[in-house]
Write a protein of this length. Structure first.
Length: 149
């Protein structure tokens, strides 16, 4: 029993879009959480940490989470593949991962991972330590509250 190649390609495209949306969501959540960690960054900078050291810390933390999540996902797929094959009475083939589609998906994963790690790390490390420790953040002009008139 074989599936339609156009249906499979459509599902792959949908999966890629879901993956891209997940990366944007991860970047937004990480950037929003950075406000909670602003004092930590401020203290580290006041104690003498360079911006590169702060960036490195957040890069390593994000990389560990992404690798851990990827390992869990791959193990889940490997463990549940026989169950789904039996349930659907279809033999699933993992050869797609060795084809051009698998390589393209791996490159997409790598690019998304790099972007989702680097952007929040640079945002977090760019906080002004003195302002953060005083409890004041630099606000862009669009974020300032309107002046009552």
């Amino acid at each position: 029993m074989h599936g339609s190649s156009t249906a499979i390609m459509g599902l792959i495209i949908i999966a890629a879009f879901i993956l891209i949306i997940a990366w944007f969501n991860y970047i937004n959540i990480n950037t929003a959480r950075s406000i909670e960690r602003a004092k930590e960054v401020g203290v580290r900078k006041v104690v003498g940490a360079q911006k590169a050291q702060v960036v490195k810390q957040f890069l390593v933390e994000s990389l560990v989470f992404i690798i851990l999540g990827s390992v869990i996902a791959v193990c889940t797929v490997i463990l549940l593949q026989p169950l789904f094959s039996e349930l659907l009475t279809v033999k699933f083939s993992m050869t797609i991962f060795y084809s051009g589609i698998g390589i393209a998906f791996a490159l997409l994963f790598l690019a998304g991972t790099i972007i989702s790690i680097i952007y929040p790390a640079f945002i977090i490390s760019s906080f002004d330590s003195v302002s953060v420790l005083k409890g004041k953040f630099k606000q862009s002009p669009s974020e300032k509250p309107p002046v009552p008139g």
